[in-house]
Design a protein. Structure first.
Ligand SMILES: Cc1cc2nc3c(=O)[nH]c(=O)nc-3n(C[C@H](O)[C@H](O)[C@H](O)COP(=O)(O)OP(=O)(O)OC[C@H]3O[C@@H](n4cnc5c(N)ncnc54)[C@H](O)[C@@H]3O)c2cc1C
Length: 386
């Protein structure tokens, strides 16, 4: 088995790294401190076509593979950046490509590919449902040729920086379906056309994520806004999940590499007791262990992406890659924090920001406990625990 990147994949990695180098740690720190959206970065990545990686060429995208798309997000985080600003349209693309109507694809994909339209917002999580998505209560009621939607979402990120929102609702109440994942539907919402029916209230968090509570009050959508068939939205969501797991793993791998490199450089330079602190095994071993973990996660990501691109089942590999990578990035973040001593806490050295950002991926877009439940049940055949 060959784990080496091809020449064209190496070129993609190098080109994205060069594009990201124009921004760098100070740019991202400034966005974080101001809680500002990295507009300039997203604009430049859109213009270069990197955010259209998974849109087929016939719709103006780059038509790249999952492995190549994953390298793009990895390099953004490896550069000191934070791909959350622009990853959503890659995460959700499979649902639209596989299940969107010809008209939806024709109308939206070329404009998303060119950067004219941003599909950066995804409304799934609700306050009372949490990780049990089938318990969502946001409801789309059929009214002639339209749907009228009411409900509430939480943690809807990038709403203010997106033109489109992919919204999961119930179209049959939870207590009236045979299978609890039935009766949910997915809608493509044009935010500008929704007027006062959508109200977003920002949530202050420890990361610069632009996340919101979203109140939906009599939002009227045409039937054309429905993705695929009514009632099958959850299965459409599932078709995006392996892609999402692989892509989020890649961002964590980028974070992990950033921490290991930053900590190594610092440990070589910082002298205490008249020698570099990196000479102490107590300092170098945590960095070395983190490097081992990040490399192992990278191989699992490689395996998951290769299987995804080959069209064979990759649910196990994608989930394990997400788990390993998010834990490895956290381990690397901890090693970097320890290596920098007091300076790890200062904003000037960037580690505290990356540490906060890396922590998120142990919880979102799916909590690692739920990943372990998947592994236990679906890969090992243990009883379902919930
Ligand atoms: C900054 C940020 C941005 C986000 N952006 C978005 C977004 O854009 N769109 C969106 O839809 N969502 C978004 N989310 C939501 C995110 O996906 C959820 O927070 C996450 O899925 C966990 O759901 P919860 O917070 O309701 O936790 P809960 O479901 O309440 O779980 C709390 C804890 O209990 C554990 N737990 C629950 N059930 C079990 C079980 N059966 N077995 C073992 N452990 C269990 C979980 O692992 C977790 O640690 C975002 C979250 C954050 C913090």
């Amino acid at each position: 088995m060959d784990f080496e990147l091809s020449d064209s994949q190496k070129e993609i990695r190098a080109a994205v790294a060069a594009a990201c180098a124009r921004f760098g740690n100070d740019y991202w720190r400034s966005c974080d401190e101001r809680n500002a959206y990295p507009d300039e970065f997203v604009k430049s990545m859109s213009e270069a076509g990197w955010l259209a990686a998974l849109i087929p060429q016939e719709y103006g995208g780059a038509g790249l593979t999952m492995l190549e798309a994953s390298l793009i997000l990895e390099e953004i985080n490896h550069s000191g950046g934070n791909a959350v600003a622009c990853h959503a349209q890659m995460y959700t693309m499979a649902a639209i490509l596989k299940h969107g109507s010809a008209e939806q694809k024709r109308h939206y994909l070329p404009r998303i590919a060119s950067g004219e339209l941003r599909l950066q917002s995804f409304g799934v999580t609700e306050p009372d449902a949490g990780s049990e998505t089938p318990r969502i209560k946001t409801f789309a009621r059929r009214d002639g040729d339209s749907y009228v939607i009411n409900g509430q979402k939480i943690f809807t990120s990038r709403y203010q920086h997106s033109d489109m929102l992919l919204l999961l609702t119930r179209t049959t109440p939870f207590d009236q379906v045979k299978k609890k994942t039935d009766g949910m539907s997915l809608f493509l919402v044009d935010i500008k056309e929704s007027g006062s029916a959508l109200k977003a209230v920002p949530i202050a968090t420890m990361v610069n994520h632009g996340t919101n509570q979203l109140f939906i009050d009599n939002l009227v959508l045409p039937r054309a806004a429905l993705v695929g068939e009514e009632g099958k939205g959850f299965s459409y969501l599932l078709s995006s999940l392996n892609a999402e797991r692989i892509l989020v793993a890649s961002e964590s791998i980028g974070d992990g590499r950033w921490f290991v490199e930053f900590a190594t450089q610092y440990a070589n330079q910082r002298r205490v007791f008249d020698r570099p602190i990196g000479m102490n095994q107590g300092v170098q071993f945590p960095i070395a262990k983190a490097h081992v973990s990040v490399r192992a996660a990278d191989l699992m990501r490689f395996n998951a992406a290769a299987r995804f691109d080959a069209g064979v089942s990759c649910g196990g590999e994608a989930n394990m890659a997400k788990y390993l990578a998010s834990e490895a990035a956290w381990e690397a973040g901890e090693a970097a924090m320890t290596t920098l001593g007091g300076y790890g806490f200062t904003k000037e050295y960037h580690v505290e920001r990356k540490w906060r950002e890396a922590r998120l991926y142990r919880t979102a877009p799916i909590a690692n406990n739920l990943v372990l439940s998947f592994v236990a049940e679906h890969l090992l055949g243990l009883p379902r625990s919930y």
